[in-house]
Ligand binder design. Structure first.
Ligand code: HEC
Ligand code: HEC
Ligand code: HEC
Length: 375
């Protein structure tokens, strides 16, 4: 019985994994006379405060390319109520701290600048109510069980996947069990993620990322042709992330500390995003967060905290050691396929064969100006 139920649940999830984006009914539409603190009043405040200039509150209906993604000034909020936890949201609106260290509306990795506008104290309750009313009706709920403390195996497995097999902290800051923080800054911080993110949404994101961010800087880890993780394993990973900041001793940090350290400028070369070829666009949007805009290992995630620095793709001596085929395989499956670090993520599910071949040619012709080794 339990087994059959479980199978049915995973079948539903699998359906979700491939579900196209269905239009979402407009929510939170209120009359002008809505109560203060109600979603309707919150919607009015959201408009009055100009939040809509940067955030979409309805689900997009069509596809999107990198240029359209980079034209967005802030992340989509049409599923904010499914993603975020209410207490975190109201606290953050009042006093917004940086989540990611790079600008949202740039192709290449530019240091984030300035603070997010704070919501006036008098509007916080209503805006929170409004954003919490924006939910994804198709998101599977009740998937990640927070009723029980994480099992020992779940913790070990989550730790292994998050910290070794895939080093998610290459892009995401995370707390360590010693109370400090490690990791890259090109992605939203996961320090205190257990207080910020809805566990079921974490699972939904890991199994169907393009539903929420159609063009993401993150690799796609689930199934596909190139990565073996099942929705169930993504559920365990979601449970692991959902403990961050809540269950101590699990690599989680005290909840007080949710601000990434001050961002120091790193070398950037201007990328205007216009008239770039597909391969340059992919390189700037995906690879430069670690390898740097010029490919010389100066991206925002490159830090001595990580076991190795991103390869200097402009170093002809180093790059000549690899055959074109080895590079292609690294791009597809990640570093470990060539005995390199898993800090180099797998892009096979995220970029087509053609796009990865283009990148190999781009590295050879433009970055290292070198030929592949005899192999
Ligand atoms: C100038 C553009 C801009 C304006 C105006 C703006 N935001 Fe944002 N917002 C952003 C960016 C960029 C981020 C990502 C911040 C980061 O990564 O540190 C963000 C993040 C958020 C988040 C977190 C979303 C998530 O999924 O993590 C919420 C909630 C939010 N904004 C609400 C608001 C509200 C409410 C207003 C109006 C008071 C507002 N924003 C005004 C650009 C903007
Ligand atoms: C190459 C960089 C990179 C790597 C590696 C990476 N992520 Fe991400 N991740 C991102 C970015 C960037 C976002 C925000 C969405 C966007 O802007 O594309 C994100 C979003 C997320 C979010 C939602 C956080 C939020 O507040 O919006 C979670 C959870 C997450 N990633 C988990 C993981 C896990 C688990 C792994 C490892 C299996 C991982 N990430 C590896 C870049 C990365
Ligand atoms: C999360 C950070 C990160 C991102 C994003 C990233 N890399 Fe890497 N990459 C690394 C690290 C770290 C290494 C070095 C691994 C080692 O030496 O063990 C590396 C190594 C490499 C190498 C040398 C290994 C080989 O087989 O030739 C190439 C080429 C490469 N990356 C290309 C890319 C391309 C192209 C992209 C974008 C599609 C990309 N990387 C995105 C971190 C990253």
């Amino acid at each position: 019985m339990r087994v059959r139920l479980a199978i049915a649940r995973w079948a539903l999830l699998l359906a979700f994994v491939s579900a196209p984006l269905a239009p979402v009914a407009a929510l939170g539409a209120g009359s002008a006379k809505a109560n203060p603190g109600s979603p309707g009043a919150g919607r009015a405040a959201f408009e009055r405060l100009g939040c809509g200039a940067c955030h979409r509150v309805t689900a997009p209906s069509g596809g999107m390319d990198v240029a359209a993604r980079v034209a967005q000034k802030g992340p989509d909020l049409w599923f904010a109520g499914s993603k975020l936890q209410r207490p975190w949201l109201s606290g953050w609106l009042k006093n917004p701290t940086p989540l990611s260290g790079i600008r949202y509306d740039r192709l290449g990795p530019e240091p984030a600048s300035g603070r997010h506008p704070a919501t006036p104290a008098g509007d916080v309750a209503a805006v929170t109510a409004y954003l919490m009313s924006l939910t994804d009706p198709q998101m599977p709920a009740g998937v990640v069980d927070m009723g029980q403390p994480m099992s020992r195996t779940g913790r070990i497995w989550g730790n292994r996947l998050f910290g070794k097999e895939q080093q998610c902290f290459a892009c995401h800051r995370t707390g360590t069990r010693f109370g400090d923080q490690v990791g890259g800054i090109s992605a939203p911080t996961l320090v205190g993620a257990g207080k910020r993110l809805n566990p079921d949404w974490i699972h939904a994101w890991l199994t169907n990322p393009t539903r929420y961010v159609p063009v993401t800087r993150m690799p796609v880890y689930l199934q596909g042709a190139y990565s073996g993780y099942s929705p169930e394993q993504m559920g365990q990973l979601a449970r692991y992330i959902a403990a961050m900041g809540l269950e101590t001793g699990d690599g989680a940090t005290p909840a007080t500390d949710t601000t990434p350290p001050a961002v120091t400028p790193w070398p950037v070369s201007p990328v205007d995003g216009k008239n770039l070829s597909r391969v340059e666009t992919n390189f700037q949007f995906l690879c430069a967060q670690c390898h740097g805009a010029k490919g010389n290992a100066t991206g925002p995630n490159a830090s001595k905290q990580l076991e190795v620095l991103p390869a200097d793709l402009t170093d002809p001596v180093y790059m000549a050691k690899f055959t074109d085929d080895q590079i292609f395989r690294t791009l597809t499956f990640g570093g470990p396929v060539n005995n390199l670090s898993s800090l180099m993520p797998p892009w096979g599910n995220r970029l087509s064969d053609d796009e990865r071949h283009e990148l190999v040619r781009y590295i050879r012709a433009v970055l290292c100006k070198c030929k592949g080794g005899g192999g």
